[in-house]
Design a protein around this ligand. Structure first.
Ligand code: FAD
Length: 356
C-alpha cells in the first residue's frame, strides 16, 4: 500500500480538490453485508460513510435477483432481494450512515498518522480510522452495447441504467434489454416519454412474470412498441437494429437507454497492496481483519478456511469486524457487550422507547 504524508502527497498521488471527509469508518460496498455492518457499527457508536458503485443499496440482492425469494435469512422464512435490502436500510436508518452512490472507491493510501486516505472515481476522499471492504464480487458496472465507438454518446443520447428517468420526459426513447430492470424502465417511461420502444434480441424475457404481463399489456394497448433485434449501429440520433431474419430497421430517437445487466469487476481493490487469493482477501476469523491493520474485509470478498458465500455468514463477519474496530476507534477503552433488548443506551441510539 502506498504511504502518504498528511497532505496526501506520495508517489502517484491524486490532487485532492476538496478536504477529505474524516470518519471513524468507511465501508466499501452497500450490499447486504455492508448495510448490516453499518448497523453493527452504529450500535458501537462508530460513525460511518458507505460508498457503492451502484446507484442504490442492496448489492447482488437487488442487482442480480431483486424479485427472487430468499429462504435462509434467520428469523425471516421468506423475503426477496429487494425486500431484504429495504429491511436492512430501515434497520440502519437510526444511525444515519452517509451514503455515496454511483462512486467507485479507487485508491487506498496509509497516512503518517495511521489513518487511511480513500478516494473515489468521483473525486470524493475520506480519511478513515478504519476501512471495511464489503465489496462482494467487485463493483458492479453496466454491460455496454457492443458497437464500436458507441461510448462517445454516453451521457448525451446513450444512458446505461440511469438513476432517474426525469430527463426523458417528452422524448422518443428506445430501451434496450430484456430483464426486470429493462422492462420496468420501459414501463415507467410510458408515463412521461413521448414515445417508448423496447428492443430485445428475442421475444422472451428474463423477468418476473407480472412485469412481463404489464409490458405486454402496454404493447397490446399501443402505448409501448416492442421490436425484436440486436443493435448494430448508432449515430446518436438513430439506432439501427438487425432483426432475426437479418433485415435492418432504423429507430429514430432522442435517447437510448440500455439495461443489459451488470457485471462485477474487482477493479481497483486489486491495486491496494492487499494480499489476494483468487481475487479474494484473506482475513483472520477473530476480527475479519486483513493483514493491514484497520482494514477489514467482510462478505463475499473475503476468504478464510471454511468460508461460505452466504448472507448469514457475512452478517456474522460484519458483527465481529465492527467489534474489531473498537480497539482502533476507541483505543484503551473497554467496550462492554450490551443487549438491544435491555440496554437503555442502545434504546437511546436506536430511538426506541421500551416499556419497563
Ligand atoms: C442468483 C443468486 C442468488 C443468491 N441467493 C442467495 C440465498 O438464497 N441466500 C444467501 O445467503 N445468499 C445468496 N446469494 C449470495 C448473496 O447474494 C451474497 O452472498 C451476498 O450478496 C454478499 O453480500 P456482500 O454485501 O458481501 O456483497 P454484494 O452483494 O456483492 O455487494 C457488494 C457491493 O460492493 C460494491 N462495490 C464493489 N467494489 C466497489 C468499489 N471499489 N467501490 C464502490 N463499491 C464497490 C458493489 O457495487 C456491490 O453493490 C445469491 C447470489 C446470487 C448471484
Amino acid at each position: 500500500m502506498e504511504r502518504q504524508d498528511r497532505q496526501g502527497r506520495g508517489a502517484g498521488a491524486l490532487n485532492q480538490p476538496t478536504a477529505p471527509i474524516e470518519t471513524d469508518a468507511l465501508i466499501v460496498g452497500a450490499g447486504p453485508v455492508g448495510l448490516f455492518l453499518a448497523f453493527q457499527l452504529g450500535l458501537l457508536e462508530i460513525s460511518c460513510h458507505i460508498v457503492d458503485a451502484l446507484p442504490a443499496a442492496g448489492g447482488q440482492c437487488v442487482a442480480l435477483y431483486g424479485h427472487k425469494p430468499i429462504y435462509d435469512i434467520p428469523g425471516t422464512p421468506v423475503t426477496s432481494g429487494r425486500e431484504l435490502a429495504q429491511s436492512l436500510l430501515q434497520q440502519v436508518a437510526p444511525f444515519k450512515p452517509q451514503f455515496h452512490f454511483g462512486e467507485q472507491v479507487a485508491t487506498m493510501a496509509r497516512q503518517d498518522d495511521g489513518r487511511l486516505l480513500m478516494t473515489t472515481s468521483a473525486g470524493t476522499s475520506f480519511l478513515a480510522k478504519t476501512v471495511f471492504i464489503a465489496a462482494g464480487v467487485g463493483a458492479f458496472v453496466p454491460k455496454r452495447i457492443a458497437i464500436e465507438d458507441i461510448g462517445r454518446f454516453e451521457g448525451q443520447s446513450l444512458f446505461y441504467h440511469p438513476d432517474s428517468l426525469d430527463r426523458f420526459a417528452g422524448q422518443a426513447v428506445v430501451v434496450n434489454g430484456g430483464d426486470d430492470i429493462a422492462l420496468e424502465t420501459a414501463i415507467a417511461l410510458v408515463a412521461t416519454a413521448r414515445q417508448v420502444t423496447l428492443v430485445h434480441r428475442r421475444d422472451g424475457f428474463q423477468a418476473d412474470e407480472a412485469i412481463v404481463a404489464s409490458m405486454r399489456a402496454l404493447v397490446a394497448a399501443g402505448k409501448l412498441a416492442f421490436r425484436v433485434g440486436q443493435p448494430t449501429a448508432f449515430d446518436g440520433k438513430q439506432l439501427q437494429i438487425t432483426t432475426p431474419d437479418a433485415t435492418t430497421v432504423d429507430l429514430p430517437l432522442d435517447a437510448l437507454v440500455a439495461c443489459l445487466g451488470i457485471s462485477p469487476r474487482l477493479g481497483p481493490i486489486a491495486d491496494w497492496g492487499l494480499e489476494l487469493e483468487r481475487k479474494q482477501v484473506p482475513v483472520d476469523t477473530e476480527k475479519y481483519e486483513t493483514r493491514e491493520r484497520g482494514v477489514f474485509a467482510v462478505g463475499d470478498i473475503n476468504t478464510y478456511p471454511g468460508k461460505k458465500k452466504l448472507i448469514v455468514c457475512g452478517f456474522h463477519e460484519a458483527t465481529l469486524a465492527a467489534w474489531g474496530a473498537t480497539a482502533i476507534v476507541f483505543p484503551g477503552k473497554a467496550v462492554p457487550l450490551q443487549y438491544t433488548t435491555t440496554s437503555t443506551r442502545l434504546h437511546e441510539l436506536l430511538g426506541v422507547t421500551v416499556p419497563r
